[in-house]
Each structure stands twice: as structure tokens, then as C-alpha cells.
Design a protein around this ligand. Sequence first.
Ligand code: HEC
Length: 139
Amino acid sequence: MKSKVLRIVLIAVPLGCVVFFLYMTFFHSSYEHPGRYVYMDHCASCHGEKGEGIQQLVPPLADADMARAQFDSLPCWIQSGMNGPVVVNGRTYDQPMYPTTITDIEMTNLLNYLATEMVHTDRHYKSEMVEQMMRSCRR
Ligand code: HEC
């Protein structure tokens, strides 16, 4: 009797673990990049949840050629805001982007999120690097 219970436990527990693991791996994609939260809080209202932009008013970030070509300028653009016309994927936009105040860590997560999930470039940042980049445009 005792050994039967033990055998069931010995089978059920590992089996449960395997099922749980498979479920988490294939069906439960709740993982969010930490930079996604920063993006949703500070950028999505203008640039859109998927970086699609708003018609002629706000340029897209998803596969944006300008952001990809000048990715290292993003910390200063975000921190100081932007003014004057920009050309993104062949279209001209000319509305001001206001400065955004976020911490070095938030900026680092945001840049890494944008690089891998939205702009699609192989840039990768560490917070010390970003801190320096942000300080260099605080003039
Ligand atoms: C109030 C609306 C608004 C918010 C909020 C905003 N932007 Fe912008 N963004 C703009 C506009 C408008 C432009 C075009 C600026 C110009 O014409 O000089 C722009 C331009 C840009 C560009 C350069 C053009 C491109 O599409 O590659 C980047 C990169 C960018 N924004 C990133 C961000 C990020 C990252 C955030 C969040 C931290 C953000 N923006 C928040 C409105 C906004």
C-alpha cells in the first residue's frame, strides 16, 4: 500500500515538472524584455505599441533606417528631445519630440529592447557605456 503511493508520487512529481516545463516553454510567453516597460511608459503613446508611428506626425521606430544608421545618437535624442525635419524610411516628419527623463538603467534597457526587438540592429549596451553617452550630451 505504502509503496504504491510512493510509486505514484515518484512518477507524478517528475511528470508534472516535465509538463509544466513544456507548457512554460511553448505556450506561456509572458516574458517581457525589461526595456519594454520603459518603452510602453515613455514612447508608445507617440511611436505606437509596435513602433509603427502615427501617420505623417510621428516617425516609426520599427525597422527605421534613421535610428538604425545612428543608433548611438538615441540616448541624446531621447534625453534632449528632437526638433527639425527628419527623414525616416523615405518619408519626412517635422514635429518636435519632447525630452524624456529616465535613469541610466532605464535607458540601457530601453536601448537594448529597441535594438533587438524593434529597430533590429546588433548594438548592445552596458549601463556604464550609456551613462557616459548620456553625460556627453548633457550640455
Ligand atoms: C510626444 C510624442 C513622442 C514621444 C513621447 C516620443 N517621441 Fe520619438 N519622435 C517623435 C517625433 C514627432 C519625432 C520626429 C522628430 C523631428 O521631426 O525632429 C520623433 C523622432 C524619434 C526618433 C528618430 C526618428 C526615427 O523614427 O528613427 C527616434 C529614434 C525616437 N523618436 C525615439 C523615441 C523613443 C525611444 C521614445 C521614448 C523614450 C520617444 N521617441 C518618445 C515623437 C515622440
